[in-house]
Design a binder for this molecule. Structure first.
Ligand SMILES: CC/C=C\C/C=C\C/C=C\C/C=C\CCC(=O)SCCNC(=O)CCNC(=O)[C@H](O)C(C)(C)COP(=O)(O)OP(=O)(O)OC[C@H]1O[C@@H](n2cnc3c(N)ncnc32)[C@H](O)[C@@H]1OP(=O)(O)O
Ligand SMILES: Cc1cc2nc3c(=O)[nH]c(=O)nc-3n(C[C@H](O)[C@H](O)[C@H](O)COP(=O)(O)OP(=O)(O)OC[C@H]3O[C@@H](n4cnc5c(N)ncnc54)[C@H](O)[C@@H]3O)c2cc1C
Length: 572
């Protein structure tokens, strides 16, 4: 049933039921509440939306305007949309599909506001799917992509729900209206941390799809003359085509491995939190926010590189690449806008840097910040050695974090308020956080290829891919590595030479590396990326099915073109 709904498309949006609504019940409902709603959600006996974002606020959750005011006389919460901008806006499935929603609203009890909390609200009748009394619903209209999903709007006009509909695993309101604090106010945000973590795998899968399409097509497509008189070569023989595609292919593997780490970290830290140990929450938030931001941004750019590498046919919906790009672009905004998320990571890095300066030994993904030598150690490095490459990325990140933090400290010493100093250094902070996440992805990639259980021939290929990914990053950001002399111009030249060698080394395995993603044609939905390589026949078949080809002479000829031509001819 769920699969059927999944493929129903056309105005039915059940994705968020699975990735946001149901996990919110799992993570924020009490055991009692799970008994009431979780199985209904898992069996799709109810369909839900995650209704947090409003027309006026998406990023600033503390600024949400929807209210949930507790009425002790009836032991109910009154859900209300007090302004136009408080209208819930964007939630997937909210417009036409969902009959329930977890609604994030400012909790008021005994005249005091306790901030955003989640509430279960039925929004449509289970009998006839009409909106419930006091609820106004609709679709927000066509979007850049994913128009099969009914991202919707919702307004609440003093809708009453039982007290027990507040998701009370962490915070709760007693019958008399007493508010009981959660262990951390940020636990209400836990579903977002979980979802950001899943976006890392969504990015990896999207980039894997795009590189599968582009690499396979680049073996089918022959174009131009590499040598006079010789047959047209596969376009993948051009070094420029390899330079476009193989770094994206390497990034797909790097992000795939990073998502393994993210999933493991999320499980381990939330497991500790279940036992009351909140110590890992800050690192989990910083890592998920940074990885989500970094991987989705690189993926969106990478998919467009793949699209351009397929020439004109890449621009056709037959390629599947425009739709992939539209989806990846959504990942850059949804679940925490990328800049805002990277600034959250920067906030954590500045805090850790200050702790390190005060003598604290750092652990986890920031341990390198205290271990890296501030003074550069220039010299002839072996730029094909993974350890050397990892150390270079960690040195770059540590230097940039230190520079941004010291710059901010300098601004405050000049008398600027902390918030003003933060804002005036935020471009430096973003770049430092990006360098931090980049160094994590490189280190994790290197550690994975060295430890993953595969036979040595596969390890050799993965090692080449990791070297290619790292060398590409160093040559693309050479200035960061040269700035304090940690790498020299000769090191950068060596990195470029090794990168060229890696392109040639990966070429023979390129098709095997994309086939290894094992993405079925039904998932790829791409004429160019077909497993059987029969691109041209299927491109022609695909085009013939275009709605415009239903008639030989389109009705627009008779309506517009014919009279227009006639009148122009009459003037001759
Ligand atoms: C190819 C793809 C194919 C298809 C895809 C197509 C379409 C689908 C795409 C997407 C649809 C899917 C899902 C989308 C669903 C949504 O979008 S749901 C809505 C998501 N919304 C957000 O993510 C909102 C983002 N904003 C926030 O999270 C917060 O407002 C904020 C973190 C930006 C700021 O929060 P504040 O409370 O103001 O905090 P602060 O003042 O910045 O920091 C205070 C301290 O709190 C810590 N902190 C913040 N958040 C968390 C957290 N989640 N967990 C733990 N700790 C947190 C922060 O670190 C500070 O700590 P200090 O110690 O430094 O004080
Ligand atoms: C396809 C899609 C599906 C979605 N699904 C859902 C859903 O199911 N449920 C749901 O609740 N929401 C959903 N959303 C909404 C989404 O979560 C928000 O759009 C997202 O959180 C961004 O918030 P915003 O729109 O307010 O952006 P804004 O924050 O208004 O972003 C605009 C600009 O302001 C900048 N900015 C904002 N704050 C700061 C800051 N502090 N520092 C520096 N710059 C800043 C941003 O970087 C950005 O450049 C969806 C959105 C999309 C596109």
């Amino acid at each position: 049933m769920a699969a059927a709904l999944q493929t129903l498309g056309g105005g039915i949006g059940i994705t968020l039921h699975w990735i946001a609504f149901t996990p919110t019940i799992e993570q924020q409902a009490t055991e009692e509440q799970k008994k009431k709603w979780l199985k209904l959600a898992q069996d799709v006996a109810i369909v839900g939306a995650y209704a947090q974002t409003e027309m006026g606020h998406g990023t600033f959750v503390r600024g949400l305007e929807t209210t949930a005011t507790y009425d002790p006389s009836t032991q109910e919460f009154v859900i209300n949309s007090p302004t136009l901008t408080s209208t819930k806006w964007w939630p997937g499935g909210l417009g036409k599909t969902a009959n329930h929603a977890t609604v994030m609203a400012q909790l008021y009890t005994r005249g005091k506001c306790y901030g955003p909390h989640n509430f279960m609200v039925q929004i449509r009748s289970l009998e006839n799917h009409q909106p419930c009394p006091g609820v106004t619903l609709g679709d927000i209209g066509p979007k850049m992509e994913s128009n099969g999903n009914d991202n919707g709007f919702a307004r609440f006009d003093h809708v009453r729900i039982p007290r027990e509909n507040m998701l009370m695993k962490f915070a709760r309101v007693e019958a008399d209206g007493t508010y009981v604090q959660p262990p951390s106010s940020k636990l209400a945000y836990s579903n977002m941390v979980y979802l950001r973590g899943t976006f890392v795998m969504s990015a990896a899968q999207a980039l894997a799809s795009a590189t599968t399409i582009a690499v396979r097509y680049s073996c089918v497509r022959r174009q131009s003359e590499m040598k006079p008189g010789e047959p047209e070569p596969q376009i993948l023989e051009y070094q420029t085509q390899q330079y476009k595609l193989f770094p994206q292919l390497a990034a797909a593997y790097a992000f795939w491995f990073a998502s393994w780490f993210m999933t493991q970290q999320h499980g381990s830290i939330t497991g500790s939190m279940e036992k009351g140990d909140m110590s890992g929450l800050a690192e989990l938030h910083a890592l998920s926010a940074g990885l989500k931001s970094y991987t989705t941004a690189v993926t969106a750019r990478g998919i467009d590189v793949c699209r351009m590498a397929c020439g004109g046919h890449g621009y056709s919906h037959a390629s599947g690449l425009p739709a992939l790009f539209g989806g990846a672009a959504a990942l850059c905004t949804a679940e925490g806008e990328n800049t805002v998320m990277m600034l959250q990571t920067a906030r954590y890095l500045v805090k850790c840097f200050a702790q390190s300066q005060a003598g604290k030994r750092l652990t986890g993904t920031v341990a390198y910040l205290s271990a890296v030598q501030p003074s550069p150690v220039a010299g002839n490095r072996n730029m094909s050695d993974l350890g050397t490459l990892v150390a270079a990325f960690q040195h770059r990140a540590a230097r940039m974090v230190r520079h941004a933090a010291m710059q901010m400290q300098g601004e405050m010493q000049k008398g600027k308020a902390r918030e003003d100093a933060w804002n005036s250094c935020s471009v430096l902070l973003i770049k430092a956080a990006e360098a931090h996440v980049h160094s994590f992805v490189v280190r994790n990639f290197a550690e994975t290829v060295q430890t993953v259980e595969v036979d040595e021939s596969v390890r050799a290929v993965l090692t080449s891919l990791c070297q290619l990914y790292s060398l590409y990053g160093i040559t693309e950001h050479a200035g960061d590595f040269l700035k304090d002399g940690y790498l020299t111009g000769r090191d950068i030249d060596a990195a470029s030479s090794h990168l060229s060698a890696m392109l040639a080394r990966v070429r023979p395995d390129a098709v095997a590396l994309v086939d290894a993603f094992d993405l079925h044609d039904k998932i790829l939905r791409s004429v160019l990326g077909r497993y059987d390589g029969r691109v041209y026949e299927h491109l022609y078949e695909w085009a013939k099915k275009s709605p415009l080809n239903k008639s030989e002479v389109h009705e627009s000829y008779y309506k517009y073109l014919q009279p227009f031509l006639k009148s122009n001819r009459a003037k001759l």
